[in-house]
Design a protein around this ligand. Structure first.
Ligand code: FES
Ligand SMILES: [Fe+2]
Length: 467
């Protein structure tokens, strides 16, 4: 990056209500992210369930870099730059199981732990500098696990993963994400910057306009977002209407019987999202209609509703996490783990997103979507990764999820619109979209080191939710 190039970037400071447009559109900004952000942060590479046996590996690509994450022992996962140390061929691709990493070009080989296994005609290098086994071993990067997710960090001086994620696990650990397994796994190429894609899932403010059908049963849809260091979350702490009721925006009255709305909510989500809430939850909630009173308020309904769902999960052998109602309330609805992971959770399921830049193109990204469910051991479906990598594949996502298609339908237009001469910044809501602006504050913290003194806003929670 030349200094003249960096001068083209607007040094404007991100505010809760202001995110410079170039963060999404500038090639220079993307290059800075590549050099200074992705090389320094913990980022989710895969799930532990993808690395069941020794030798199982998954490749993780970010920009034009690639890593291979591999189980090297029953209790050990390691990750390496996915490159041959001879003449630079990518070592492997996709995922699978292997005993050694073998380069197809000239046949150099490495053991699973990255140590050198073989160099063809090694004596050719006799007398040359830097030719020890060590010199030729694969270059390792840091790994860590939390909640069944495997994270990597290319920075050798990176802080421990637990410190990086804090305080998020305090809220989420009771949900036992490590016991979730893939219900489905989809990866889609989207015609927008990785942050445009991620942010479509980092606030609830868009629901009224983008998913109007969800206003029928989800209660008051006004959100508040909260910042926890680099990470963020949104929830509904100011809701004036309970779950199961139509949003006040609909103009519809508060129903006397909330039960049909709750049943409809689960039905709707199960059919149009196919994630967070399980089919098991959807069936179990029907018991409300016969086993509770029509006049019961939401506080009276929550305990039996969750109880029915727990019974169903335990009867199936899936088990249920010990999450108290207080923990459930405090955990909020939707978390952003800096820089590029989002998840929403219920007691026995979660929906996780990961956005990655697609090579060096600021107008394209790869969006991974993981529906996770708590299954009885051995009852989980076989993992199939579905890739939608054609240019227009994202337009045909409705069969997977109607709700996600509605989200995707905004993204291309956002990316185009942000390049308009009339648009210099996103004017994010200082109450409902601080999770979005905070992402940019921290991306800039890494990507534009000269801005660092202006960042570092920590632990503030707009709206007053206790941390
Ligand atoms: S490039 Fe890999 S062995 Fe030659
Ligand atoms: Fe959405």
């Amino acid at each position: 990056m030349t200094s003249s190039k960096s001068k083209t970037l607007n040094p404007a400071i991100v505010r809760d209500d202001f995110v410079p447009a170039e963060d999404y559109t500038s090639r220079d900004f993307l290059e800075k992210e590549k050099q200074k952000l992705w090389t320094k942060v913990w980022q989710v590479a895969c799930r532990e369930e993808e690395l069941k046996s020794v030798g199982d590996f998954v490749t993780y690509n970010i920009h034009d870099e690639s890593f291979v994450v591999v189980r090297t022992a029953e209790d050990r996962i390691q990750a390496f730059y996915n490159v041959c140390m001879h003449r630079g061929r990518r070592l492997t691709a996709g995922c699978g199981r292997t005993r050694v990493f073998h380069c197809n070009y000239h046949g150099w080989r490495w053991n699973l732990d990255g140590s050198l296994n073989r160099i063809l005609d090694r004596d050719d290098w006799k007398g040359c500098p830097s030719v020890s086994d060590e010199d030729f071993s694969l270059r390792e990067v840091k790994t860590g696990t939390w909640g069944g997710f495997v994270y990597i960090n290319p920075d050798p001086d990176a802080e421990p993963l637990a410190d990086y994620l804090a305080p998020m696990p305090d809220f989420i650990d009771p949900f036992e994400f490590e016991k979730l397994r893939y219900r489905w796994y989809v990866s889609v190429k989207l015609p927008c910057n990785w942050k445009v894609a991620l942010e479509a899932f980092n606030e609830g403010y868009h629901v009224a306009a983008t998913h109007p059908q969800l206003l029928e049963n989800a209660g008051d849809d006004v959100t508040r977002s909260f910042i926890y260091g680099k990470h963020g979350m949104f929830a509904y702490p100011t809701a004036t209407r309970p779950w199961g009721a139509p949003s006040p925006r609909t103009g519809k009255p508060l129903p006397e019987d909330l039960r049909p709305g709750l049943v409809n909510f689960f039905d709707e989500m199960n059919h149009t999202l196919r994630a967070i809430y399980t089919e098991r939850d959807t069936e179990a909630v029907r018991r409300l209609m016969t086993e509770t009173e029509p006049s019961a308020d939401i506080n009276t309904l929550m305990e039996p509703m969750v109880g029915f769902q727990r019974e169903a999960a335990e009867a199936s052998g899936a088990g249920w996490p010990e999450v108290t109602m207080e923990q459930f309330g405090k955990a909020g609805v939707n978390w952003h783990v800096f820089p590029n992971q989002i998840f929403l959770m219920y007691f026995d399921g979660a929906l996780c997103y990961r956005a990655r830049p697609n090579g060096d193109d600021p107008d394209s990204c790869i969006y991974d979507i993981w529906s996770l469910v708590r299954y009885a051991p051995g009852a989980e479906p076989r993992l199939e990764r579905q890739n939608f990598y054609g240019d227009d594949d994202w337009k045909n996502f409705g069969a997977i999820s109607i709700i996600l298609q509605q989200d995707f339908d905004n993204m291309e237009q956002v990316q185009k619109g942000m390049k308009s001469a009339a648009f210099n910044a996103a004017r994010t809501s200082p109450l409902q979209e601080t999770s979005v602006s905070n992402l940019h504050r921290w991306v800039r913290h890494y990507a534009m080191e000269e801005d660092r003194s202006e960042t570092g806003r920590k632990g503030t929670a707009a709206g007053g939710l206790p941390q």
